[in-house]
Design a protein around this ligand. Structure first.
Ligand code: AMP
Ligand code: MG
Length: 390
């Protein structure tokens, strides 16, 4: 997968795969912070509104142009913000402290300046060769601005995993259409698309498939060629029409595991084919959301050079149902209580109850265990990466 060079204007939100180094000192040359007059500070001694000091004018230095003007005793030149300081000058009187730019032969200065006043010195911000941004950082406004400041027109960024998304199920209808008896709206697909975008993957295929081996085979075989990651929902359980795993195996996918001792998400399938990673997530919406966040999201992060965020420990505000043979996940809400993180598990425990996602900002998890975890006991939790802990 690795990395690719991308033009600066297309780098938004990508992950840096190179160092951004100061290719020159910043500022690159001594220049003026103000529009005004470049002078020798010593010549302004005694200048005031009541007793102006007159300077003779040697010319004008606009920003963006080199100059060969040399400033001597009681001499000055007009200088515009960002323009290089001419030889001989050691400070800049701002135009507000003068008679103005109206006269190109001389100017009255009405305020003293100190040596160095209004000058931005070469290298005062950054020395040449300094490492400014390390690989693994997101390119947001600050990083893009710094790269532009130091002249990077192209940037080496991690490739975005190409991800193909599938929903399977004869019962699925797209939102916006009318439901017939027995049908349900396809929500998983839309959750996957949102999560893929948000983690920074590139969705290259999104298809809703019927529970029929021929259509599964045709589409999944194409996805195996074009994708780095395939994520499907549904059809990996023990149902009579759960064909997804069979089709993947028929297509030569090497199974790494099928079924995980967890609730929800037990039927999770994971395999690989020629470098393409395949996640067969169960169809129940809470299961597929949690499996995406626990398995697919961190995989995409690692493919892009990111380190997945750490889980935290929180104190339970309400009991958490444990399973004797399985890891138990529930959506829930994390909050700060002083310096402590507290957790409130969703009261909706069913893996079909996707409304438990609204108002939740975390996935809570307990390893297998005999008893319920009681209020006040500790639980492990993963804050959803786009949520804040308040
Ligand atoms: P399955 O894993 O195919 O047996 O599906 C388990 C449950 O999840 C069934 O009740 C399905 O109707 C439901 N389901 C499957 N796919 C989706 C989907 N894309 N959106 C919402 N619910 C789904
Ligand atoms: Mg199904």
């Amino acid at each position: 997968m690795n990395s690719e060079k991308v033009m600066l204007e297309n780098c938004s939100g990508r992950i840096l795969a190179q160092e951004i180094v100061a290719s020159f000192p910043q500022p690159r040359f001594d220049n003026t912070a103000m529009d005004g007059f470049a002078v020798r500070a010593v010549d302004t001694v005694g200048a005031s509104a009541d007793s102006p000091v007159t300077f003779s004018m040697k010319g004008v230095i606009p920003a963006g142009e080199p100059t060969d003007i040399v400033i001597g005793k009681a001499e000055c030149c007009q200088i515009m913000t960002g323009a290089p300081i001419p030889e001989g000058a050691d400070s800049v009187v701002m135009v507000e402290d003068s008679g103005g730019f109206g006269n190109d032969r001389s100017v009255d200065i009405i305020k003293e300046v100190k040596d160095g006043e209004n000058i931005r010195y070469c290298g005062e911000e950054i020395a040449e060769g300094e490492i400014l941004i390390n690989p693994g950082n997101h390119l947001d406004a600050g990083e893009i601005g710094v790269a532009a400041t130091f002249g990077y027109g192209n940037i080496e960024v991690y490739r975005q995993p190409k991800i193909s998304l599938f929903a399977t199920g004869d019962e699925l209808i797209e939102p916006g259409n009318e439901l017939k008896p027995g049908q349900i709206y396809n929500s998983n697909f839309h959750v996957f698309a949102e999560l893929s975008d948000r983690v920074g993957a590139q969705v290259i295929m999104r298809t809703v498939l019927k529970d029929n081996t021929d259509s599964l085979k045709e589409i999944l075989s194409e996805a195996l060629i074009t994708s780095n990651v395939i994520v499907s929902s549904g059809g990996v359980s023990m149902g009579k029409h759960d064909y997804v795993r069979d089709v993947f195996l028929e297509l030569g996918v090497e199974e790494h595991f099928w079924k995980v001792a967890q609730k929800p998400g037990r039927p999770l399938f994971f395999g690989e084919s020629k470098g393409t990673l395949i996640f067969g997530l169960p169809g129940n919406p809470v299961s597929s959301f949690i499996c995406f966040m626990e398995y697919v999201w961190p995989t995409c992060e690692r493919m892009m050079g990111l380190t997945p965020g750490k889980k935290v420990t929180a104190r339970l505000l309400e009991p958490f149902p444990r399973e004797s043979e399985k890891r138990r996940y529930l959506l829930g809400k994390l909050e700060m209580d002083g310096l402590e993180i507290v957790a409130k598990p969703s009261g909706k425990h069913g893996s079909h109850m996707f409304t438990s996602a609204v108002g939740s900002n975390a996935i809570l998890e307990a390893p297998k265990g005999e008893k319920v975890l009681n209020t006040g006991e500790e639980i492990t939790a993963k804050l959803l990466p786009w949520c804040e802990l308040k």
